[in-house]
Design a protein around this ligand. Structure first.
Ligand code: G3D
Ligand code: MG
Length: 178
């Protein structure tokens, strides 16, 4: 028995993590920041990029999904295999906020399991004219009691590194618990 306990304690948990959101929201920039600890210029993601992040006792397979309309049809099959979902929103793109909300709820209702914890990142908060977190939560209807999943929303900037540590500190803990 002690052998089994030892084995279980040392086991690495493997988690599939999808990152979705409209094109240009900052998904790839956030992943680069996570991996390299600094901002890097990005090029538009064509299709799907996969990155592996190894943490103590946790291996994340990160699927960075191209946000352009043409690539969104690929999301379903990836999200159905996902244990974790990050949804990135450009806080300055008020023009496309409704479109972002529509695809967010489509993912929730038709693509991911109900127990998948969701991290929403309101990105590009280094820029002027952005939507505040409270207003975003209202617009995305996140206070709706019918939402059964565990979720949190953090303001981030992949350019300045704002909020990324806090967001992932919360999320990694949640992922380790599920
Ligand atoms: P995507 O992967 O969601 O499609 P990207 O988005 O990560 O490729 O980012 C799209 C553009 O937004 C890039 O600029 C990138 O540098 C910029 N960006 C990403 N995150 C931030 C942020 O937090 N603040 C600011 N100011 N810009 C950000 P370009 O000019 O290459 O299109
Ligand atoms: Mg990208």
């Amino acid at each position: 028995m002690s052998f089994l306990i030892k084995l279980f304690k040392n086991r690495t948990k493997r988690v599939n993590l999808s990152i979705c959101g409209l094109d240009g929201a900052g998904k790839t920039a956030i992943i680069h920041y996570l991996i390299n600890g600094e901002f890097q210029e990005t090029i538009p993601t064509m299709g799907i990029n996969r990155e592996t992040i190894d943490l103590p006792k946790l291996q994340l397979s990160v699927f960075d999904l191209g946000g352009q309309q043409d690539f969104r049809s690929m999301w379903g099959s990836i999200n159905e295999q996902s244990d974790a979902l990050i949804f990135v929103v450009d806080s300055t793109d008020t023009f496309r906020m409704e479109e972002a909300k529509t695809i967010f709820y489509k993912i929730l209702k038709t693509q991911i399991r109900e127990d998948v914890p969701v991290l929403l990142l309101l990105n590009k908060v280094d820029l002027p004219g952005r939507l505040a977190r409270e207003e975003f939560i209202k617009q995305f209807d996140l206070a709706n009691p019918n939402l059964s999943m565990k979720w949190a929303c953090f303001e981030t900037s992949a350019k300045e590194g704002i909020g990324i540590y806090d967001a992932f500190h919360w999320y990694i803990k949640v992922i380790q618990e599920v």
